[in-house]
Ligand binder design. Structure first.
Ligand SMILES: [Zn+2]
Ligand SMILES: [Zn+2]
Length: 262
């Protein structure tokens, strides 16, 4: 299985998963043109994506999900409530997400299935999920848009070889930044986003013997800096004695990250 973060941040999120003969997209939050250009950066021709999975209905994750599903002739998987939103209606094939249990995506030959587990998250859009994706014993976890480092969430997402994890804001930059007080409270609240320190705490809960790559994600352009987010993650890996063997990458809003072997 390979994982490539195509875009990450408050302007749009999308991650491409390639597993055997099939490909799946987790979120498609960029606008049409940018989204299709990033898919191109993943070097996939039309029709290659079989499934589009949506974490939640916020537009930075869902904006082009239906459109991409239609163009790729893929099935759109979203929490059933979300299927009625305008962004979902364009998809010709829809499926309600299975929440909290392992579910194989249909269409793969036996032994080659991509299995997802959608784990509910505290976030101000209900429902919001993280994804644990497993293919032939390899595990990728995509966990963003979560209000606090919840140990139950960490337990449900255990065993990642590759972990995409939110480090959204720096509290000092949030307080001095452009957002009004109400929005600041929403972001920092228990159903908002993770600060760098909270991301570091969640990384501590999630880091296991299998982990080999951490991708710092959903880094705010306005209330964070990539080097601060990276330093928070690096500090945790250092403390856990994992700095030497776990690779650390920072996903970007502006360009696709390299493809990583899970
Ligand atoms: Zn988001
Ligand atoms: Zn969100």
């Amino acid at each position: 299985m390979r994982l490539q973060v195509l875009s990450s941040g408050s302007e749009g999120n999308s991650t491409l998963i390639r597993a055997g003969e099939q490909a799946a997209l987790v979120d498609a939050g960029l606008g049409r043109e940018a989204m299709l250009a990033r898919l191109e950066a993943g070097r996939l021709g039309p029709g290659a994506v079989r499934h589009v999975l949506v974490t939640h209905g916020h537009l930075d994750h869902a904006r082009s999900a239906g459109l991409v599903a239609r163009r790729e002739r893929a099935t759109l998987h979203a929490a059933d409530l979300s299927l009625h939103h305008p962004w979902a209606r364009r998809a010709k094939s829809c499926a309600a997400l299975a929440i909290g249990r392992d579910q194989a995506l249909p269409g793969a030959p036996s032994g080659d299935e991509l299995v997802y587990r959608a784990v509910p998250l505290p976030h101000d859009c209900d429902p919001t999920v993280a994804f644990r994706l497993e293919h032939q014993g390899r595990v990728a976890v995509i966990l963003t848009d979560v209000g606090r480092p919840d140990p139950d969430v960490a337990r449900a997402l255990s065993g990642a070889h590759v972990l995409v994890l939110e480090f959204n804001y720096d509290p000092g930059l949030l307080a001095r930044g452009p957002y009004p007080a109400l929005l600041q409270r929403r972001i920092a609240g228990g159903r908002g986003h993770l600060s760098n320190a909270e991301g570091a705490r969640l990384l501590e809960l999630l880091a296991s013997a299998e982990l080999h790559t951490v991708i710092v994600a959903h880094v705010s352009k306005k209330t964070n800096r990539p080097e601060l987010a990276r330093a928070a993650a690096a500090g945790t890996l250092e403390r856990l004695g994992l700095a030497g063997r776990v690779r650390l990458l920072v996903a970007s809003q502006d360009e696709a990250l390299e493809s990583v072997e899970v």
